[in-house]
Design a protein around this ligand. Structure first.
Ligand SMILES: *Cc1c(COP(=O)(O)O)cnc(C)c1O
Length: 386
């Protein structure tokens, strides 16, 4: 089994905070995807991480791209991912973003509303083109995940509700510059129980029958992403169980002859290969607790502040007896707390701390709040870490 490697001599010599990507873990993850995906098509969800070397590694493994902005479409093309492998979702695509997709002949627009369909039709007509679109349908499946990252319920802003499906399908037929090639779903993120995916398969089967009964043939089914990772035990579970994940769809989703099944995986691809490496600035004794104050904060890793997310925190410099700390950042906000009452090896000023599983939604969400510098990123390849 692949094991992430954190040599404190090498990492401790670099100015903190910084992101560290273990490309061996990433390559092992990509191998696992390719080994189990069979004839399914996997598009990497660019919004999780667009570090140049991470992206190059993903591109070399042959994954396509799932984009949610014009910037991401451009970044995917710049990374050498073929336009024919690029899908483009998002509730609020601006005209320039749609035009970028049209000019480059991307594989498909995942469309989230009727007004968006009309705009795509108009912009495609102006270029004498026909846009391939998939309808993003809200399957009303609960992902049993944090409410900020569940996206497949009727009350979410995403997608077209089942009750509107007939109306929208009839409307698509009237648009001359739009070709309906498929349907798209994305029910949420960090889903670790396979039941929601199985529920999604059942819904997709029903929806497929509905389209069939109305004489609409679909070439592509896109079930989105959302596969979770193990934040508690990144050392024991560095690679998600892609075998079990793809098996659910193979066993429960009925494809029609010639149909292709697409996935859009972000977190599951990149989360475990990345860490935020930080240094302890101060250990402060409160009245009832101890604070470990790091030189990294929510400007470098916002998930704990934004979603109450858990990240494993390791003191790479110490194997002393464990003690309990509130692990906090330097930013002037109380929410700048990575963990409360966290047990780790006793720490002191200067210790090197790894915040694990930070490869997804870490660097990409960094900000300059408090006028902090955006941190650098290093990979195991460039640091010659095996
Ligand atoms: C965010 C997103 C994904 C990827 O989600 P993960 O949980 O990172 O796998 C896939 N598709 C769409 C449309 C998204 O918005």
């Amino acid at each position: 089994m692949i094991k992430a490697n954190y040599p404190v001599d090498k990492l401790g010599a670099i100015q903190t905070p910084f992101y560290y990507y273990d490309l061996n873990v990433l390559r092992a993850t990509l191998d696992e995807i390719n080994q189990h995906k069979g004839s399914f098509k996997v598009h990497y969800a660019m919004k999780a991480n667009v570090n140049t070397q991470v992206l190059a590694t993903i591109k070399n493994a042959g994954l396509g791209a799932d984009c949610v902005s014009g910037g991401e479409v451009q970044a995917a093309l710049d990374a050498g991912i073929p336009a024919s492998e690029v899908v483009f979702a998002g509730v609020g695509k601006a005209d320039w973003e749609i035009n970028l997709g049209l000019d480059n002949d991307i594989f498909c627009f995942n469309v989230e509303s009727v007004p968006e369909l009309e705009v795509i039709d108009g912009l495609a007509a102006a270029k004498g083109k026909k846009a391939r679109v998939a309808l993003r349908i809200n399957p009303n499946v609960s992902a049993n995940t944090h409410h900020y990252i569940t996206t497949g319920l009727n009350e979410n802003k995403f997608g077209i509700n089942l009750s509107e499906l007939d109306k929208v399908t009839d409307m698509v037929k009237t648009l001359a510059n739009v070709e309906l090639v498929g349907i798209h779903f994305h029910i949420g993120s960090q889903i670790t129980d396979m039941t929601p995916f199985q529920d999604l398969c059942v819904k997709v089967n029903e929806i497929q029958e509905h389209f069939e009964s109305r004489g609409v043939a679909l070439m592509h089914i896109n079930v989105g992403g959302g596969l979770g990772i193990n934040y508690e035990h990144p050392n024991h579970f560095p690679v998600p169980d892609f075998a079990a994940y793809f098996k659910i769809f193979r066993e429960h989703l009925t494809l029609r002859p010639g149909q292709t099944l697409h996935f859009e995986l972000g977190r599951a691809v990149v989360a475990q290969c990345g860490s935020l490496i930080s240094k302890v600035l101060y250990v402060k004794e409160g009245t009832s607790k101890k604070f470990a104050i790091l030189d990294a904060g929510f400007t470098e890793l916002i998930r704990p502040a934004l979603y109450q997310a858990y990240h494993r925190i390791e003191n790479l410099s110490s194997d002393k007896a464990e003690e309990t700390y509130d692990v906090v950042g330097p930013i002037c906000e109380s929410s700048d707390t990575f963990a409360k009452d966290y047990v780790m090896n006793a720490t002191k000023r200067g210790d090197i701390i790894a915040l694990r599983s930070a490869g997804a939604y870490g660097e990409i969400m960094a900000s300059q709040y408090n006028l902090r510098k955006l941190p650098k990123a290093y990979t195991s390849d460039e640091l010659l870490i095996k």
